[in-house]
Design a protein around this ligand. Structure first.
Ligand code: SAH
Ligand code: SF4
Length: 394
């Protein structure tokens, strides 16, 4: 019998008890919060109601101070304050791009840092959330891939990014004010630092909190999880979260994908496509997004476009073409606009939507694949990056 390698990688996750005392309520599921409240002395009979009340204060109103939870008796507020905290990661710095994109450097427990990017658009605002500090995978075109993984984020640190940015946008509801349906932060994409399917449980719990109708209340259709192709975990995205799925496809032959997205050596294109064909909930209204980074002379030929169309035949899909975003020492160049348009045209004529993603926040290194916290000391050298990409040194 062969034993398959573990899916979730062995990186440590910090305990929820904070050194200064109380347990952090942010990031607990409803069941976990119930258990915590009972352990702190809440009578079993009241527990469900108390969870409902505290949940609404934290996630609907954005309240952090138990003293302000005015529908709870004073004694009960004091009990909560003795046992718990409502704590978010800390914003260390914020950069605003000429196009309005905001990049936040966020400090989490242990002094580690991740980046979170807010991208305003006319009819919506998308938050690009990180799920790990760095990434264990080493996609050769991705800046994050040059940073050693430090650890997985907890559910609280993942949903905490959403809450921090709501703070910064001043978007928590005000009691009595008319309900405003156009939200500044209306969508979440798990496309920041890290591979979300290597931190599945924390990502799932955080997204369930974000979707909870008595809290942040974001629809599952407004959340997209992007994976490099962790095949055995893909189906859980549909069954346990229910959000949209995007797959970092990026190449049409195993030879090229092995270099660009090295996880392909473990689960190749055929295995990935099989898992997508079997993906639960797949329909024309719930299509899979194939992300495809356009790298000059590497994966951008007409032949690649035609092969891509043949490969994905039968899968309800749209193809999101991402012009390569450069970073210092990157071993690739962006395809020309004409090349990208010609590639898009072939896909479009085959019957697939083929939007070209507009790079956002490039001037502050906030665009796709540019994230890497500058403070993490363990870095790979330029030469190492180039060698892994199979690019001869100049
Ligand atoms: N780890 C996940 C999600 C984070 S990356 C994944 O790989 O899917 C989000 C998207 O940006 C992925 O499609 C990724 O391949 C792409 N990307 C990475 N580096 C890039 C770069 N330098 N330019 C453009 N897109 C990039
Ligand atoms: Fe990790 Fe995604 Fe970057 Fe690959 S593209 S190194 S999986 S963050």
């Amino acid at each position: 019998m062969t034993i398959s390698a573990p899916i979730t990688q062995d990186v440590h996750t910090i305990p929820r008890r904070l050194p200064e005392g109380g347990v952090n309520l942010v990031g607990l599921t409803r069941d976990e919060m119930r258990e915590a409240l009972v352990a702190a002395g809440t009578p079993e009979k009241q527990a469900k109601m108390r969870v409902g009340q505290v949940w609404q204060w934290i996630y609907h109103w954005g309240v952090r101070d138990f003293g302000a939870m005015t529908n709870l008796a004073k004694d009960y507020r004091a009990l909560l304050a003795r046992s718990f905290v409502v704590e978010l990661p800390e914003i260390v710095s914020k950069q605003v791009s000429a196009d309005g994109t905001r990049k936040y450097l966020v400090r989490i427990a242990g002094g580690h840092e991740v980046e979170t990017v807010y991208i305003p658009e006319e009819d919506r605002g998308t938050l690009c959330v990180s799920s790990q500090v760095g990434c264990t995978l080493t996609c050769s075109f991705c800046h994050t891939g040059t940073q050693r993984l430090v650890r997985n984020l907890t559910a609280g640190e993942i949903v905490g990014q959403v809450m921090l940015v709501r703070d910064d946008l001043g978007e928590w509801p005000v009691p009595g004010a008319p309900k405003d349906e156009t939200r500044l932060l209306s969508n979440i994409v798990l496309m920041g630092m890290g591979e979300p399917l290597y931190n599945f449980e924390a990502v799932r719990d955080a997204m369930r909190i974000a979707m909870d109708p008595e809290g942040l209340s974001l629809s599952r259709r407004r959340i997209t999880l992007s994976t490099s192709g962790v095949v055995p975990e893909i189906a859980r995205t549909a069954t346990e979260i229910g959000c949209n799925l995007a797959v970092s496809f990026h190449a049409t032959t195993d030879d090229v994908r092995d270099v660009l997205v090295p996880i392909n050596r473990k689960w190749n294109i055929a295995a990935l496509l099989d898992s997508l064909r079997e993906y639960p909930n797949l329909s024309n209204s719930e299509r899979i997004t194939f992300e495809y980074v356009m790298l000059d002379g590497v994966n951008d030929s007409d032949e690649d476009a035609r092969r891509l169309v043949r490969l994905i035949e039968g899968i309800p899909a749209k193809i999101n073409l991402i012009p390569f975003n450069e970073w210092p020492g990157a071993p690739y160049k962006r395809s020309s606009n004409n090349r990208i348009r010609a590639f898009a045209d072939i896909i479009y004529k085959a019957g697939y939507a083929s939007p070209i993603r507009t790079p956002r926040g490039e001037d502050i290194m906030a665009a796709c694949g540019q994230l890497k916290s500058a403070t993490e000391r363990a870095r790979k050298s330029r030469a190492q990056v180039a060698a892994e990409a199979g690019v001869p040194r100049a």
